[in-house]
Design a protein around this ligand. Sequence first.
Ligand code: ZN
Length: 327
Amino acid sequence: MATPIAIPDCAKKLLLVLYPTVDWSLVMFFSGLPWWVASGTAAITLPNPLGIGGYRIYLGASTDFCDQATINTLVHEAFHVQQFTGIAGGYGVGFLRPGFFKYFVCFFSNKFKYEDNPYEKEAYAHEDAFIACNIKPCDCSTGQPVYNPTTPDDIVACNPDLIVRKPRIPDCGTWWAFLLALVVVPILAILAFIGHLFDYWNCVYLQMQAQQCREWGISRRQECSAWADQGYEQCTEWADEGYSACSQWADWGSSHCCDWWPCSWACKVLVWVSNWVCVVSVWIANVVCHVSVWIVNMVCIAWTWIVVAICLIWTTILRTILLCWWR
Ligand SMILES: [Zn+2]
């Protein structure tokens, strides 16, 4: 039975350094394999069978992060996450995700040989390059895996290419392999969906996702109001500039008036009136500016609320269907 585990900080930080394109908060780690995977498999990486995002790394052989072999396997599996999320952000429905689909196209077109699949070749090449550098992110001298802070520097010093800054996805596949995958992958997706339908970990994942939606909402609302504050400041700055331009113009105007009556009198009246027209227009423009910023801010906040509400309603419906509340 596979059980979710929290990988130690040192392993998490290593993944953040090696694969900066991946959102690691959407990846769950398991000790053990899914029940339908052949025992003896060291590890496997799969999309969340019921989710639209998120991946699962199952560590079948070992979860002892003081053992360098576990770290090496994690580096390999995490490379697959990087491949899968490299196309369309890794999103899709269950197993039906473009990056995961392409894995099978490449597997089929390379004579169904696991070791000849470019997806695996590249993952093994990356793992080997990592092993060659002898990077030790987890210091276990105290008996517990503790993060070794020189890890990022060690990686850069040994082989900067270990850091996958842009998704690396192999280019492979024939048309018939594509057609075969069009048949096989949806069948796998349906089987995985059914096989994991009442899997308790879906509930855990959905709870995680709901929490993430809430956090996203909070940070998004902060962004909205920070933007609005900046907008109000900008409006006030423009208005101040406008008022000083008006009074400068008035000063210049009155000092250049003719000095004989009634011309001087008419000129002063004209300057006075146009100064007031100028001040009033700046004032109106300033009010319009503030109101526009306020409206955009309201739209920004309302939109955030709607997205969060849809996410929470959807996860609540799924959790009800999966009987998560009663388990
Ligand atoms: Zn692999």
